[in-house]
Ligand binder design. Structure first.
Ligand SMILES: Nc1ncnc2c1ncn2[C@@H]1O[C@H](CCC(=O)c2cccc(C(=O)O)c2)[C@@H](O)[C@H]1O
Ligand SMILES: [Zn+2]
Length: 353
């Protein structure tokens, strides 16, 4: 992590605490996690792309005018991933960055449709992510699991292809635990994806669509009712609907909150206007996540520092947030206990006189 990422208003000690705190990351995109080094390496390999090869120039390239612009830039990075070896390298390097931040467990959102439609063989794609998952676990001790998401704007063909790859026994990777829906929400109503989520859920996958990131609370209701969401990606606009907040709290539907992302894509105007405080006040299970960290000039540690400032948390409060993510994860019971115990042991030792 570099200094510019540090939320300067959080106390230094709290930063040190966060940096070594064992964590779980539940909402982070595969391609959106490519570090400037990986992006520029891939861009140099494929000079016909519009992506700058100079990491400095990437800062400007990753400045977005709105959500649609963000998706356009995101897809230009997707275009850089052309071979199974690109997929393997990206996945393994993402795991390295997570491990560096003491992430013990991560659910990585992958959009296989975007890569297979660009010509990467399906089986080779699955082998590449699985190979990287196993190597990352052995080399870094970080457990990776997958969420396959439908890029909703690409239409129902993308939904069909994604659910097929997620449920076909010959393709479905061992690390796959959940099924999602991403991309723009405007003009992409959630209910049309119900049959695909039904099939994924019937095959044992958890439902974790994005909703209420760039549209209102009705989209979150739709994700709950039609897609049987167990967690919500962002859910930012839930704050506009008290009944919805009460429903999320009562049913322990966690929100995957990604504060800096919401500012970078202009879904929320300023950090101080972010509704995270309302979520906590309403008793909603809040988890802290990074979404597309290098594209948004952040990382998970910084997101915890931002959350600590917005929620006025000390070390104990930050540790509780970290436990929320473990609790809301799709780790098995023994795994959850192990990581929560690790968080507790670390926190107790840190606070000991
Ligand atoms: N903050 C975010 N909020 C929402 N989604 C986010 C966020 N960050 C990253 N994503 C990713 O963006 C993808 C979008 C890709 C997409 O829309 C698209 C449209 C048309 C064609 C194609 C194609 O592949 O040809 C793809 C999603 O699948 C998702 O994984
Ligand atoms: Zn996302």
């Amino acid at each position: 992590m570099t200094d510019h990422l540090i939320d300067a208003r959080a106390p230094r000690d709290l930063h040190a605490f966060i940096a070594s705190l064992p964590k779980a990351e539940l909402h982070v995109h595969h391609v959106g996690s490519a570090s400037p080094r990986i992006v520029s390496e891939l861009a140099a390999r494929h000079p016909d792309s519009q992506v700058p090869t100079d990491p400095e120039a990437l800062v400007d390239f990753f400045t977005f005018t709105d959500f649609a612009h963000f998706i356009q830039v995101y897809l230009s990075v997707v275009d850089l991933i052309r071979t199974p070896e690109d997929v393997r390298l990206l996945t393994y390097e993402v795991a390295r960055d997570l491990a560096r931040q003491q992430v013990r467990y991560a659910e990585l959102t992958i959009t296989p449709f975007s890569s297979t439609r660009r010509g990467i063989d399906e089986g080779a794609f699955m082998d590449a992510i699985e190979d990287a998952r196993k190597a990352a676990e052995a080399d870094f001790g970080t457990l990776l699991r997958w969420c396959f998401d439908i890029p909703g704007e690409a239409g129902l063909e993308s939904a069909e292809e994604t659910v097929r790859m997620a449920t076909d026994d010959r393709l479905r990777p061992e690390g796959l635990v959940s099924f999602g829906l991403g991309g723009p929400e405007i003009g992409v109503p959630r209910p049309q994806f119900k049959p695909y989520f039904d099939r994924a859920i019937a095959a044992g996958l958890h439902s974790v669509p994005h909703a209420g990131e760039t549209t209102g609370p009705q989209t979150v209701w739709d994700a709950l009712t039609h897609l049987r969401a167990e967690r919500i990606g962002h859910g930012t606009s839930s704050a506009q609907d008290e009944k919805l907040l009460a429903h999320l709290a009562e049913h322990r539907i966690a929100l995957e909150v990604c504060p800096t992302s919401n500012i970078a894509t202009r879904a929320v105007r300023t950090l101080d206007e972010h509704p995270i405080k309302e979520f906590v006040k309403a008793g909603v299970l809040v988890t802290i996540n990074s979404d597309d960290p290098p594209m948004f000039g952040t990382d998970l540690d910084n997101e915890y520092a931002v959350a600590a400032r917005l929620l006025d948390l000390d070390e104990r409060g930050v540790a509780e947030l970290a436990k929320n993510a473990v609790e809301a994860s799709f780790l098995d019971a023994a795994g959850k206990t192990r990581v929560k115990d690790e968080i507790e042991t670390y926190t107790t030792a840190w606070l000991a006189p």
